[in-house]
Design a protein around this ligand. Sequence first.
Ligand SMILES: [Mg+2]
Length: 277
Amino acid sequence: MKHGYLIDMDGVLYRGSKLIPGADHFVKQLLARDIPFMFLTNNSQRTRRDMVAKLGRMGIQVEEKHIFTCAMATARFLAHQKPGGTAFVIGEGGLLAALHRNGYAVVDHKPDYVVIGEGRTFNLEQVEAAVNMVQEGAKLIATNMDPNCPTQNGIRPGCGAMVSMVEKATGVEAFSVGKPSPIMMRAARKELGLTTAETTMIGDTMETDILGGVQLGFNTVLVLSGGTKKEDLQEYAYRPDVIVDSLAEYTQLLEESEWHTPCPSPGLLPELVAVAG
Ligand SMILES: [Mg+2]
């Protein structure tokens, strides 16, 4: 059966700038076997080209077509909702480039939308401007609502933490396009030319990767190489189909099934039941 993968990046392929062992081998196998895949990231900071360069430095050689960011999803969504619109942006290159490419003008006066993504240049002046624009009727859009992101030293505040300031100040709830929103996850699946049943989502975050995958009916694989520990799973009302330590372990499972089944059923693999607890 044809199948393919949507793969989260942070906590799955790398943490910060450090490759997670086995991730490079997994991607090489997908390329060698002509299995369709796309990296799906809730980080809006970088462009596709930036991401290809970052992965290349870590030994993962892919092309721009393999990258799908929440910045791209957000820009395409806005271009569809209101073609040729304007946006005030708190964010960086990846988001600005995606908006421009989709026919949006970036302005600092009376925008149609206030769009917030990640960035390290976030400041209170921008937040104050955003708050006033939302008060005057601009729609509040978040590229994603991740409260934090894993780094090699622990965590850093995510886009959701920044969006919360504007939400709190205005009393307006942001509309978020990134994972787990079906807007982003379905768009990526369609771009790969896969059906729902042919799609497997691999990620390290229950609230985004796994929740989105479960809601859309994808197969789901949780890797424990990022922000989630096995004991955290009891807090959730939903669970992934497969739980593995990392992509290295998932590669082993696929090799055992000769890469035929994207998600070996726990019923068929007793050791997997043990892993899933
Ligand atoms: Mg992640």
